[in-house]
Design a protein around this ligand. Structure first.
Ligand SMILES: Cc1cc2nc3c(=O)[nH]c(=O)nc-3n(C[C@H](O)[C@H](O)[C@H](O)COP(=O)(O)OP(=O)(O)OC[C@H]3O[C@@H](n4cnc5c(N)ncnc54)[C@H](O)[C@@H]3O)c2cc1C
Length: 452
């Protein structure tokens, strides 16, 4: 390994190869504290050429490369697990933003650009990024692409896949693939860029992304609605979806989640505390408040409701939803599941959930919140030991039985390879293995992530 370290130092400079344990520590534990590992070094390249040289150096010695952006992923995908010995490849220095093309609404970004900076650059161009999530200050564009992130606005603008017009990446052998022309139509062979989106660092290292922005809708309104049951929340979502073309977010916060968030924020409830709250946001070229109010009345959701229009009041309501994740993490090491369940079966999933968790992990505290409009709910559990998978397995089986998926946005990571067969057939997993072998024959890129 020592000759690898000196080669890496030659490639990226001594100061960007971190070998001391205290300097590596922050890169070797994930955001939740549930996933930890050890690397021989954290390597911080500055550009695509350096990434390519680092990958060649590692591949020739069969040293694993665990790519990391903002380290906000929630499934352990950016944490080394070993064996084999691994480096953490930190992408944060690839943080340059190119010139926006206002006509095509495209913005070239280095993989290490944070979502918050992307959002600011889009706003400076009179547009918006069309993707938002609470980890915006740390999560990187490369991480968003690698996880095909969703977030609060996916219901309107899609997941990262829809927001990415092209990308550049380095393959395991150091070869560079690039599709940064911005062409809307380009059918010359397999679409490698699309394949790499959602590949969680297992097929290539993404170095640049051509981000596809969306128009900025100046008129916005946000409602918080108290409902009497999870069933009423699902029915409310189904009623709103066809009635509100300007819908931009549709979130659920169950009672345990809203209580822990209010406690964390030391805030008072803006509407009565009930078994569930809905957060409904719209962004319009017309009158957002009027459109939202009309849809709430038509959907029978206009009682026990507050509507915020100005940015400060909207942010105050949104922070109750956004703080749930941090509030839970501050109370222990959470088990985080992000299932997707079709709206048609979501009510029965939510009905069965308490008994399923209760049987697998008696006494566990269950929190349910998330992107209801997409059928994507975050089921968080506090209580089970970090390595106790009983409740995770039971919840994922329930999601699969309900016609859903084991992960709607966070990905498979190190957490869920053993559950992949719940939702993917043998033929599908075999095809995934064949792709992995073809692009990474030595298995150096994020070993153990997605495929066990
Ligand atoms: C408070 C909070 C809220 C969140 N909310 C949401 C949400 O609403 N929706 C959502 O989808 N996610 C959410 N997440 C999860 C996380 O923010 C996203 O998955 C994000 O896309 C991860 O970006 P990152 O740069 O932090 O990636 P990391 O955590 O560093 O890495 C995540 C995965 O991507 C790979 N990777 C990272 N960069 C690259 C690259 N350049 N090339 C190849 N592979 C790479 C890693 O190897 C790893 O497998 C949330 C997380 C937190 C902490």
């Amino acid at each position: 390994v020592s000759d690898l370290i000196s080669e890496l130092q030659t490639i990226v400079g001594d100061g960007h190869v971190l070998t001391a344990a205290d300097l590596r520590a922050g890169y070797e534990t994930d955001w939740t504290g549930r996933w930890q590992g050890e690397s021989v070094a954290v390597v911080r390249p500055a550009d695509t050429g350096e990434v390519s040289a680092v990958l060649r150096a590692c591949a020739s010695r069969r040293v694993a490369v665990v790519t990391q952006g903002g380290n906000t992923g929630l499934v352990g995908g950016a944490t080394p697990a070993g064996p084999p010995p691994a480096i953490v490849l930190s992408m944060r220095r690839l943080d340059s933003i190119g010139d926006a093309d206002p006509a095509l609404m495209q913005l070239p970004c280095g993989a290490g650009v944070t979502l918050a900076r992307l959002q600011q650059a889009a706003a400076d161009a009179g547009l918006q990024a069309g993707l938002d999530l609470a980890a915006r200050d740390s999560a990187t564009v490369g991480g968003l692409a690698a996880c095909n992130a969703g977030g609060l606005q996916a219901i309107r603008y899609g997941t990262a896949r829809r927001r990415i017009a092209g990308l550049e990446a380095v393959l395991a052998d150091g070869g560079v693939v690039s599709k940064m022309s911005g062409l809307a139509k380009d059918n010359a062979g397999y679409d490698l860029a699309s394949l790499l989106i959602g590949s969680e660092g297992t097929l290539a290292v993404i170095t640049r992304v051509l981000w596809s922005m969306v128009p900025r809708f100046a008129d916005r309104a946000l409602a918080l609605v108290a409902v009497d049951s999870a069933a009423a929340a699902v029915a409310g979502a189904r009623a709103l979806l066809p009635r509100l073309p300007s819908l931009e977010l549709l979130e659920l916060i169950d009672e345990p989640s809203l209580r822990i968030s209010l406690e964390y924020l030391a805030g008072s409830p803006p509407v009565p505390i009930t078994p569930a709250w809905l957060l409904v946001g719209c962004a319009s070229t017309g009158d957002a408040q009027e459109e939202l109010a009309a849809a709430l009345v038509e959907s029978g959701l206009d009682e026990r409701t507050v509507v915020a229009v100005d940015a400060t009041r909207r942010q105050r309501l949104l922070s109750i939803r956004e703080s749930v994740t941090e509030a839970i993490a501050s109370a222990g090491v959470p088990h985080k599941l992000d299932v997707g369940v079709p709206l048609a079966t979501l009510e029965s999933f939510l009905d069965e959930l308490p008994a399923v968790v209760g049987a697998a992990a008696p006494g566990a505290r269950t929190f349910v919140y998330g992107h209801l409009g997409d059928g994507n709910l975050h089921v968080n559990l506090l209580g089970p030991a970090p390595d106790d998978e009983s409740a995770d397995e039971a919840v994922l089986e329930l999601a699969a039985r309900s016609g859903g998926t084991i992960t709607a946005e966070h990905g498979v990571g190190r957490h869920k390879p053993q559950y992949l067969s719940l939702v993917r057939s043998d033929a599908e997993i075999a095809a995934m293995r064949a792709i992995k072998r073809a692009l990474d024959p030595e298995g150096v890129l994020n070993p153990g992530v997605i495929l066990a």
